[in-house]
Design a protein around this ligand. Structure first.
Ligand code: KIV
Length: 262
């Protein structure tokens, strides 16, 4: 019955996604990495699913997103695509495919779109990625930008912390719009600054740890649903504790089987 919830909705498109900002409507984005996760996010009616390279952290148990490969992104995006009827699907370009220059980035983006049939890719970086993003967009591949904290630059940036270089963040968001990005993730930026840059551009800003002045928000599926047995990052409002719920269910199952009650 729940699965019918999104059956009435049309498939979200890149122009439709942009239009929601013009209509003053907030955009909802959640990550997903597999069929059941994407099914839940899609049936809940989210505007978009990000197949994030954060799968390194929450699925693979790694400390950084750096080891994720194009093949892994494609593998996860294919599972997501089989589940989705409504949401726009955006796939992260894994390190270092967005950093190797326009030609290599276009090759990787085209491969991702061809093999997954997703709608768009996301490339980390702002001003310094302008040429790359312009090349990929001109080839007909929609690009979501990503500025503020850049997880693929963790070695350079040191740790997950609020980014305070006001002029750089403004330059990055303006550059991403000029390069043709259809939206931009704004990660770990002070809410006042995120709200200010959101007013400066016509493309939607999708915040994470950037406050309600953005045009929408993206959260990591496992963080918002509480899959871990450790507290989520500070900026996350956790809406469930799946770890606790699943643990109780598994303990009940174990007791039942051990007691011959099956
Ligand atoms: O990989 C990811 O999930 C992301 C979000 C943190 C925006 O890039």
């Amino acid at each position: 019955m729940n699965a019918q919830r999104t059956d009435r909705l049309e498939r979200m498109t890149v122009p439709g996604f942009r239009q929601k900002k013009q209509q003053g409507k907030k955009l909802t984005v959640v990550t997903a990495y597999d069929y059941p996760g994407a099914r839940l996010v899609d049936v809940a009616g989210m505007d978009a699913i990000l197949v994030g390279d954060s799968l390194a952290n929450v699925v693979q148990g790694r400390n950084t997103t750096l080891p994720v490969t194009v093949e892994q992104m494609i593998y996860h995006a294919q599972m997501v695509m089989r589940a989705v009827k409504h949401a726009l699907v955006i796939v992260d370009m894994p390190f270092p495919t967005g950093q190797l220059g326009p030609s290599a980035a276009l090759d990787a983006a085209a491969r991702i779109l061809k093999e997954t049939e997703a709608d768009a890719v996301k490339i980390e970086g702002g001003q310094s990625r302008m040429e790359t993003i312009r090349t990929v967009v001109e080839a007909g591949i929609p690009v979501m930008g990503h500025c503020g904290f850049l997880p693929q630059h963790i070695r350079k940036m040191g740790s997950y912390k609020i980014q305070r270089d006001r002029q750089q963040i403004i330059n990055d968001v303006l550059a991403l719009e000029a390069a043709g990005a259809f939206a931009v993730v704004v990660e770990l930026v002070a809410p006042e600054l995120a709200a200010e840059v959101s007013q400066m551009v016509t493309i939607p800003t999708i915040g994470i740890g950037a406050g309600g002045g953005c045009d929408g928000q993206v959260l990591v599926f496992h963080d918002l649903l509480g899959f871990a047995d450790t507290p989520p990052p500070k900026h996350v409002r956790q809406y469930a504790s799946i770890f606790d719920t699943a643990l109780t269910a598994l303990e009940n199952y174990k007791n039942d089987v051990e007691g011959g009650n099956f």
